[in-house]
Design a protein around this ligand. Sequence first.
Ligand code: ZN
Length: 111
Amino acid sequence: MRDEDRVAAARRSLLELLSEDGHLLPGSVIDRMMRCGKPNCRCTGDEGALHGPYHQWGYSRGGSRHTRRLSDAQLERYGPEIERGRRLSELLAALEDAELTWVERAEGWGA
Ligand SMILES: [Zn+2]
């Protein structure tokens, strides 16, 4: 594929995603087992039965890292939007890569 075509295709994919209804949330969700910190809880000690799993959403904002615990209902509500946010990042990275390939070749830079 020509560099210009690759840029155009990446731009189209991005526009397609942005033209869909619905939110796009950054970050990712992991399921974690936790200790609560109460001294006599079943979760204390190496053999302790940890609490969870909890859904933990992590994202960066303005250079700081944030985490939020999501209930099952919140995960159901926001999970698809976080997934779409992940696609946004992928498509943006693909567009940047295509643009850099284009300019590097155009200018004779690059490896
Ligand atoms: Zn506990």
